[in-house]
Write a protein that binds this ligand. Sequence first.
Ligand code: PHE
Length: 449
Amino acid sequence: MQKRDGFTSSIGVTLATLGSAVGLGNIWKFPYMTGANGGASFLVVYIACTFLVGLPIMMAEILIGRHVKANAVESYKRLSPKGQPWFLIGVSGVVAAFAIMAFYSGVAGWVFAYVFKSIVALFTGTQATDSVAMFNNLVNDPIQPIIWQYIVLVSVGLIIMMGVAKGIEGTVKKLMPVLFFLLIALGIRSMTLPGASKGLEFLFSPDFSKIDSTVILMALGLAFFKLSIGMGTMTTYGSYYRNDQNVPTTTLRVMLADLLVSMLAGIAIFPAVFAFGMEPAAGPSLLFLTIPEVFKSMPMGGVFQVLFFVLTAVASIGAMLSLIEVPVAFATETLGWSRKSVTVITVILLMIFGAPAALATSVTKDWQLFGLNPFDFYDYLSSNLLLPIGGLAICLFAAWVWGGKAFKKAMSNDGALHNGGIANIVVLLLKFVTPLLILVILLQGLGLI
Ligand code: PHE
């Protein structure tokens, strides 16, 4: 049998996992959701969700994937007792991957467009143009967003075709370190703007009266989205893990680094929002409106702006690779098709499903699916429904079906690591605390209890 493709080094494993977690979720979604939901109070709920819900599920997914060494559908199928439909976790993951990619590739397209526009501005000396007009020109255009979305999809498809070790691992290893460096530089600039302290206050002093059940559901959804869990991404990546990888340490590191990137993005954006008198609740356009303002006010701002959007594009690529890998791994392994043809079909399907999301600010803005435009529909369906429901099923499956004993054995690399204390806590969370939290938040957020 041919050797299965996988990650080749321990650092490669960590960076690929981090590459999946870090993405537009940190730099685009986290700031605007925090801005729209009251700042620091949202942050507190979000952090609680990542520890109590996110971390245990991430560990469970990776361990299950590594144990079975197969795609998400197959992994749950093989560990299920006969006749029980746990493989549906994997199927829901494939659907979620499509839903997320549909709108995610649209936003990534905006980012790619900004890279291009920033380079043009740099050379033509037009950097000081109005950023509101620049954004509106892009998103109100009936063609540009689609062209950029398709460029994104084809680029990601080409990397995926190269395989797991060469394509995914090779790409993220080069790109992740630069991302951190640039975010720190940007955070420092933003914090030293006049009037910046108001932004930091917004991000760090909570007002708990702003929290209600809808806000909590959104924070939970964001935690799932951020850590790429509840939909088979981490199960699929887990299947490429090395057997000697310390999974608890890796997940904890990834989670903390991911949180750090989100905080850095918040620190780069909110001081600027307040310094330039903008609205923190501006929604999805927040990043595209404030960041160019920060750059306008700094020496060599044009160069930094190019770098910033290049890096955001890079972050989005790491995440998209892990999203597309879910259906690609499933179709190559379970249906036996070649990786190349599966990738081509997946990209074409994404072009079809993604186009209405990319055009949701122009052509399709009046389309309504359950009262939402296509972009918001894909986002809501995945973050607030499929991921939490998938996550709930994963905890129940890991703790009760696969079982605490098997879980602890896998977590300790078959006894090679001594992490019994932590393992007991994680199993306890997975058995009772995490599923109950998800269930209550989900039902309350949907207005069912
Ligand atoms: N975690 C990624 C981000 O924050 C998005 C993602 C979600 C990737 C689900 C894979 C699976 O940008």
